[in-house]
Design a protein around this ligand. Structure first.
Ligand code: SAH
Length: 243
């Protein structure tokens, strides 16, 4: 598979995201493993090399545009519902000083991802199998992260409930979303934001022809998530906090 990395790097540059040759080498190594594991990972829809470059890798990198505060040194980042490692793996490649936890409920994906990050020698990415609703109550995880990133997991009201409890005060939730969905999901998330202590800090449109209709939504954790949240596994999605 010949992925058009040069085009991708040019677009990333135009967005203000500097991608080096070394980064591209690591992207390519991961993309090769992904192509091999794609059936297992249910990624059969993304086979087109252009889509790999733009819809997987560049889209993941746009999460950097959502940072409304600079990352602290040795930042702790968590990708919730990472699937095959997006946006978390490209981010871990771009941010070698950060530790990036990759969380997903599907064990077989995490087994694959552990092997993949080992193979490409990515030492700052930590794949873990588990549900956000459970992990967020673990004292080792709750309130421990500076940034949570999330792509293609749930509507914003649900993301607020399952992601904000992982953040420290002032921590940032960065959600990669479609612009159209955001228009309806954001007003619906008002009650969840109020309950969980979050504030919408920015909704940034992605100015790139290859990524039409994309926005980066940043929510800052200002308060503290009340103890009972997130509710039990499955409840946030089936009975979202829409009031
Ligand atoms: N973020 C990836 C994968 C999206 S698919 C990408 O953009 O390509 C959604 C993933 O979220 C699935 O792998 C699913 O297992 C995971 N997921 C959904 N709800 C979850 C939860 N509550 N806790 C952990 N993982 C969850």
């Amino acid at each position: 598979m010949t992925v058009p990395w040069a085009d991708m790097v040019r677009e990333a540059d135009a967005l203000g995201i500097p991608v080096t040759e070394e980064h591209v080498g690591q992207f390519e190594a991961f993309a090769t493993l992904l192509a091999e594991g794609r059936q297992l990972l249910n990624l059969t829809s993304i086979v087109d090399p252009e889509e790999v470059a733009f819809k997987l890798f560049l889209d993941s990198l746009t999460s950097l545009l959502g940072l409304v505060e600079a990352l602290p040194e040795a930042a702790r980042v968590i990708d919730i519902g990472t699937g095959a490692g997006f946006p978390g793996v490209p981010l871990a490649i771009m941010l070698p000083d950060a530790g990036v936890t990759l969380l997903d409920a599907t064990g077989k994906k995490m087994t694959w991802l552990s092997g993949a990050v080992d193979t490409i020698g990515l030492r700052n990415a930590y794949p873990i199998a588990g549900r956000a609703e459970t992990a967020a109550h673990d004292p080792g995880w709750r309130g421990q992260f500076d940034v949570a990133v999330v792509r293609a997991v749930a509507p914003i009201a649900v993301l607020v409930e399952i992601c904000l409890p992982f953040l420290c005060q002032g921590g940032q939730l960065i959600a990669l979303k479609s612009a159209t969905r955001t228009e309806t999901e954001l007003p619906e998330a008002r009650y969840a934001l109020q309950m969980l202590g979050g504030r919408v800090a920015s909704v940034m449109p992605v100015r790139c022809d290859q990524l039409p209709n994309r926005v980066v939504v940043t929510i800052v954790q200002e308060g503290r998530a009340p103890r009972g949240y997130p509710r039990r596994p499955g409840v946030p999605a089936t009975a979202p906090l829409i009031g």
